[in-house]
Design a protein around this ligand. Structure first.
Ligand code: ADP
Ligand code: MG
Length: 358
């Protein structure tokens, strides 16, 4: 039996200054599930979250918690009665309370009645020894971890998080994300997480809802959105992309990298073959010293290295292509730094190409 949603956002819109900044968003989050609203800055993510929290109100649509309407045209339940935990960008600790008291703030009986839970939570984010310390004595990252466990302490059935890790430095961020995720899963919380960072969404989410201009344009598991983007913008949101242009004839498009099947594209329609840099292959078989073997199968195109950079995990090589002067970028998971001017043959991993109308 499918698990019924804990949180249901039903066709909400939010009108500001003559336009819909949220335009018909529907989304469900089940217990124990992390759904991520992912999209560029200004697309309406925070507004959506604020409406769910009850700190803003939708123009039309409904919010339901466990099947019960908490907000629609005629009803409005205030934030504190919705059983929702909040972790926003601009979190603030109470400066006059110590760490333990901050975490225990929302718990019946305060620190006295909940000491073991508070200590356990603080331990989980490596702040076990900080219970009596005051916020001004903590670093920004430590304060953020306290705010996180303060939000988790009352075991909210729903947790809303708006870019909660953005203030942390890189190494700390991965660690805190994983710990937070562990805690939320353990408590079977339904989580709606807002971020503009695809890496964060891929790392945290069971389900990603990709948002653009107030609408959800694609929704699915991270691997499914990454591997089956619905358009060029969706593909390009997750990584750098390369574009090879062509024209469809008889459901085929000829390119310098060979023929591609392009069913559903009209004769004469311009198409774009989109490919991520890690799926562009430098064809080492065709290189080598001495006379270069000329590719005969027509699936390799020649480019000249413009620039090569070592990025740590990989090398990024930029090419100017012989056939039309366009630039393509390939990443190689090794130290590979050919000199500018070097001519190399490239192929595409065909199973990783996306075909879109231009
Ligand atoms: P995101 O969180 O995706 O960056 P927001 O939801 O914060 O985007 O904002 C979406 C759009 O709504 C933006 O263009 C923003 O300027 C506008 N907006 C947000 N809040 C208000 C408000 N109170 N009054 C007018 N416009 C607003
Ligand atoms: Mg925002």
């Amino acid at each position: 039996m499918p698990i019924s949603p804990r949180l249901e956002i039903d066709s909400i819109t939010r009108h500001f200054d003559g336009r819909d900044v949220v335009a018909g968003v529907s989304l469900q989050v089940a217990p124990g599930q992390v759904t991520c609203l992912l999209g560029p800055s200004g697309c309406g993510k925070s507004t959506t979250l604020r409406i769910v929290a009850g700190v803003d109100r939708q123009t039309t649509g409904r919010i339901l918690v466990d099947g019960v309407i908490v907000s629609d045209d005629s009803q409005y339940m205030p934030p504190e009665r919705r059983g929702i935990g909040l972790m926003f960008q601009d979190f603030a600790l109470f400066p006059h309370l110590n760490v333990g008291e901050n975490v225990a703030f929302g718990l019946d009986g305060g620190m006295r009645a909940n000491r073991s839970r508070v200590l356990d939570l603080l331990d989980r984010v490596d702040l076990g020894g900080f219970v009596d310390v005051y916020p001004h004595q903590l670093s920004g990252g430590e304060q953020q971890r306290v705010a996180l466990v303060r939000a988790l302490a009352p075991r909210p059935a729903i947790m809303l998080m708006d870019e909660p890790f953005s203030g942390l430095d890189n190494r700390l961020r991965d660690d805190i994300r994983d710990r937070t995720l562990g805690l939320l899963k353990e408590e079977n919380t339904a989580v709606l997480l807002v971020t503009h960072e695809p890496d964060e969404a891929m790392r945290m989410a069971d389900e990603i809802a990709l948002m653009r201009d107030g609408r959800i344009v694609q929704q699915g598991a991270p691997y499914s959105i990454y591997n089956n983007p619905r358009d060029r913008a969706a593909a390009g949101f997750f990584s750098d992309i390369n574009i090879v242009r062509g024209t469809s004839h008889g459901a085929l498009t000829e390119t310098p990298f060979g023929q591609f099947l392009t069913p559903g594209h009209a004769d004469g329609a311009p198409v774009e073959i989109v490919i991520r840099p890690q799926h562009l292959r430098i064809d080492f078989d065709r290189q080598g010293h001495g006379p270069k073997p000329t590719p005969t199968d027509g699936t390799a195109a020649r480019g000249v290295v413009k620039r090569a950079r070592f990025m740590g995990r990989e090398s990024l090589v930029e090419f100017v292509m012989d056939h039309d002067g366009t630039e393509l970028r390939a990443t190689v998971p090794a130290v590979f730094l050919p000199k500018p001017g070097t001519a190399l043959w490239l192929t595409l991993r065909r199973d990783r190409c996306f075909v879109f109308p231009a």
